[in-house]
Write a protein that binds this ligand. Structure first.
Ligand code: OSB
Ligand code: MG
Length: 374
């Protein structure tokens, strides 16, 4: 497909409520969108980098720089036939997976439209609905958290994930478990613990958690494997898994029993599918993580979750949990059974609200292939 234009935009979108993790609080998202025009069609991609480089080394600003000066010009100089051509096009740029994913995913989005099939089908998806969970940030008190859990369970969500850190863990799990003995509960530490916390982490086994997500260092496999030997609760890796080879290493070393797949963290749909396939072949369940995405990233997460191995509820939930107004139409809705119906219409299956996007845009840059020559 001929690349006729690439626009990069930054949107400012306030979250309906702050989201706190062990690494910080997010109140306002700086959403970075890539818009790729080709032969009368427009594909969209979202860069899921955080405002600050706390989840991974990328941030909105580093991604903007790499997209404008490196990746955008590389793509504009090519005529990719498939989204799957992007890893080769971007090969000379090391790292920066979230920036790469924004462009690669826009090409897959375009390809699905051109082929007249749903993005989920293009990716190899097999399911019609996806099971949904929610990720609940650290609250200012346990009663406040209990009220949030109650509300989300009443909405139908199938799994509650509690963000945790030292000082916001066992007491919280105990109170939630006492009140709701039968719910599917998990936790996510975002690397908040050290090896010296091993005994403390083993005490999490008392709460029948579905998994403990990324308890130790963001770049570790070995010490997670040491910890997993002592835990009954499955470890799920998020931050550590950057690609298929990481997934193979983690599975081989028994660093985890479950893998969280995030499109941005692994660099786009191609690598996400590769991680999924590696896990599926080895009997390791996967689920789709979230990065407080706007509707565009959310639509892509929904399509990815259609793949066979996504058997556990993901962190992909309703637009209204994040945004007063989402930038897609219809917004993402979750049924009373805690499911999202995967669209079967051509492309991403959600229209983009161009006027709203224009209104929320705070900077925009048009990328030209010429920049490569300069
Ligand atoms: O670790 O899964 C995570 C949000 C930002 C950064 C990292 C994570 C998260 C979430 C939120 O857990 C998931 C969501 O609701 O989008
Ligand atoms: Mg996580």
């Amino acid at each position: 497909m001929r690349i006729d234009g690439i626009n990069l935009r930054e949107l400012h979108m306030p979250l309906v409520r702050p989201f706190e993790t062990s690494f910080g609080v997010t109140r306002n998202r700086r959403i970075l969108l890539a818009e790729v025009q080709s032969e009368g069609l427009t594909g969209w991609g979202e860069c899921t980098a955080g405002e600050r480089p706390f989840f991974s080394g990328e941030s909105t600003d580093t991604a903007w720089q790499v997209l404008v000066n490196e990746l955008g010009p590389m793509l504009a100089a090519e005529s990719p036939e498939h989204g799957g051509d992007c890893p080769r096009i971007f090969r000379s740029v090391r790292g920066n997976p979230m920036a790469k994913a924004a462009l690669e995913n826009a090409i897959w989005d375009l390809e699905a439209q051109r082929e007249g099939i749903s993005l989920a089908l293009l990716l190899g998806g097999v399911r019609e609905t996806i099971p949904c969970g929610v990720s609940l940030g650290i609250q200012s008190s346990i009663p406040e958290l209990l009220a949030v859990v109650e509300r989300e369970l009443a909405s139908g969500y199938q799994r509650i994930k509690l963000k945790c850190k030292p000082g916001w863990d066992v007491e919280v799990f105990e109170r939630v478990r006492n009140r709701w003995p039968g719910i599917t509960l998990s936790c996510d530490a975002n690397s908040a613990y050290k090896l010296r916390d091993e005994d403390h982490l083993v005490s999490f086994d008392a709460f029948d958690l579905l998994m403990i997500e990324q308890p130790l260092w963001h770049d570790d496999f070995y010490f997670h494997s040491v910890l997993q030997k002592r835990l009954n609760t499955p470890i799920c890796l998020d931050e550590s898994i950057r690609n298929r080879r990481d997934a193979l290493a983690a599975i081989e070393m028994e660093s985890c029993k479950i893998i969280n797949i995030k499109l941005g963290r692994v660099g786009g749909f191609s690598e996400a599918i590769a991680v999924h396939n590696a896990a599926l072949e080895r009997g390791i369940p996967v689920w789709c993580g979230g990065m407080l995405e706007s509707g565009i990233g959310r639509a892509h997460n929904i399509a990815l979750s259609a793949l066979e191995g996504f058997t556990l509820p993901g962190d992909v939930s309703a637009s209204a949990r994040y945004w007063a107004e989402d930038i897609i139409e219809p917004e993402v809705k979750v049924t009373a059974q805690g499911e999202i119906a995967i669209p079967d219409t051509p492309g991403r299956g959600y229209e983009v609200r161009s006027e709203l996007i224009d209104r929320l845009t705070v900077r925009k840059e048009t990328i030209r292939a010429m920049a490569l020559v300069a």
